[in-house]
Design a protein around this ligand. Structure first.
Ligand code: CA
Length: 231
């Protein structure tokens, strides 16, 4: 039985779909295929995939609409978009759909594999700190979205938990507002006020203070961003 990461292929072209399935299975991934947007939406609602290979032009719901819908719903699984020649990468990237990467057909399978591995490496939230991790004297649980201190537990929003995760993965390093935004909002900072990030950080500090009284864990680095002070 295959124990590899689970990939959903959303592609309506049988030849491409079958070729991708064979290739990825050969490389020890577990693969599931659907051939239209509605089926993809249904499967993703039922199951957590490690990565989605998403064709752009699909029957019923386009890859572009799916990607937007999922991101708006707060789903953060890695998405690698398959785009056809002529739908230039820049143009699609400009749409800011929230995909993690794009590859243009026809592509070499080796290149696709490299991209898949890179996306999985980049987006694996467990790689650096895990589902539960320490943040100063607190224990953060990404599954339950809780912040624990001694015997007290406080609720976190997903964004707060993601910001804490980013800090915990980068102890002592300056984390920029852009990085925080990309990590917790899964979008690029363009067009939003940096003040929004600052407000969220202020709320996060309040929460830490209420939960355990330690407030200096997240330090402001003027003009740069924030730093998780582990000392
Ligand atoms: Ca297609």
């Amino acid at each position: 039985m295959k124990t590899g990461q689970h990939i959903l292929i959303v592609e309506d072209e049988p030849k491409i779909r079958d070729g991708l399935r064979d290739f990825l299975e050969f490389h020890e991934f577990r693969v599931e295929c659907v051939d239209d947007g509605l089926a993809a939406e249904r499967r993703v609602a039922e199951h957590r995939f490690d990565l989605i290979l998403l064709d752009l032009m699909l029957p019923h719901i386009s890859g572009e609409q799916l990607c937007l819908k999922w991101r708006q719903a707060g789903l953060r699984m890695p998405i690698l978009m398959l785009t056809a020649k002529g739908q230039e990468k820049e143009k699609i990237a400009g749409l800011d759909l929230g995909a993690d990467d794009y590859i243009t057909k026809p592509f070499s399978l080796e290149e696709l594999l490299a991209r898949i591995r890179a996306v999985l490496r980049r987006t694996d939230p467990n790689r650096s700190v895990g589902q539960t991790f320490a943040f100063g004297p607190f224990a953060v649980d990404m599954e339950r979205l809780t912040l624990r201190y001694n015997d007290d537990t406080a609720a976190l929003t997903r964004r707060q938990a993601m910001m804490l995760q980013l800090f915990a993965a980068n102890p002592g390093r300056i984390v920029t507002r852009q990085e925080l935004y990309e990590s917790a909002w899964n979008e690029s900072l363009e067009g939003i006020e940096t003040r929004t990030i600052d407000m969220h950080i202020a709320r996060l500090r309040d929460l830490l203070e209420q939960a355990g009284g330690k407030t200096d864990l997240i330090q402001t680095v003027r003009g740069e961003g924030y730093r998780y002070d582990v000392s």
